[in-house]
Design a protein around this ligand. Sequence first.
Ligand code: GCU
Length: 407
Amino acid sequence: LGVSGVRAQEPAMNYDESRVPAYTLPDPLTMSDGRRVADAEGWMSERRPELLALFESQIYGKAPGRPEGVHFEVLSEDRYALSNMATRKEIAVYFTDDEEHFMTLLLYVPNKRTDAVPVFLGLNFKGNHTICDDPLVTPSTLRTEPGKGPSEGFPRAAAASRWPVEMLIANGYGLATVYRGDIDPDYDDGFQNGVHPLFYRDGQTRPAPDEWGTIAAWAWGLSRAMDYLETDEDVDAGRVAVIGHSRLGKAALWAGAVDTRFALVVSNDSGCGGAALARRRYAETVARINRLFPHWFCDNYKRYAGNEDALPVDQHELIALIAPRPVYIASAAGDKWADVKGEFLAGVHATPVYELFGSEGLYGTELPPADEPCMSGRIGYHVRSGGHDITLYDWRQFVKFADNYLK
Ligand code: GCU
């Protein structure tokens, strides 16, 4: 569909709960051929692969695996970072044999450690140097749409409120991050300037309709970061939590679904195409997200614009793909655009899959009160008061939840 075709099918935005249409969610425990999934084994060997393939071909697009040429280089290491509390490393993760294409991973690990540490890994929006007030972080090269970003790049520590590095270090966690633009710049350029062209077949000029968009590319980058973390002695690669806010929360969920090496997954305000159920058509819809961000998903996803009931999956099954690994879904009360209730219900409807594994998930039909996190099961949830953002409050809950599984 061209842009005008997408727009023609786009209904008005709905922010009224009473106008959410009646819908039937696909049952995560029923196979496409009608068979019921009986147990965890059947989930893992049959239903999970089936669902993964549907999400891949219809929503995010298929990504290549780990290229043979992937290799790493520690560019800097400093044991006296953050007032001597942490060791900072910067690592080039080269995507190919030649060292032309790479992303820079910024890693902090606590100096007070007796063993390899658990780590939170997430992409950042504005550059590695923006996540905290550390003067020695190498500034990322800004890769926004020509003419759109600040000409000097973002200032150091510009996003510090979103990355409580000291709090994580004090709690025994490392933090690893990569600038999203290092993997694929976040604008529609026909997939020329990110990682996609490295994988084009002869004569191919853009991904096929079932091949990766930008969100899948970001998720792929998170897996390449994990490839490195597996080699770092200071990191316990069996205890890496993948996290993301908003569009990067969509990427974190997809990374966690695809790559079972991630021991825990955190979605913050991920909304449409993330934790929120598509069939609710509340606020941002499939039509709208594909019109505004035509590069995020695979082209097949555009077929469901204004046609959500035809989707063979819904986002509760994305959460279910993470089972039995713990997942935390965070919403913000003022973030109507992300469909708070739809995010909560996705957790609730993923629960039967967690129960197959003998774990508890998330329960209820109404949203829990603001600022009262639910952490009794493997699907954690909170709605924070306030707006679309990731705050110290959110992170404190993620740490508390992670302490149950990664400590
Ligand atoms: C837009 C977009 C959302 C996305 C958000 C963000 O609002 O419509 O889907 O999550 O940007 O990344 O901040």
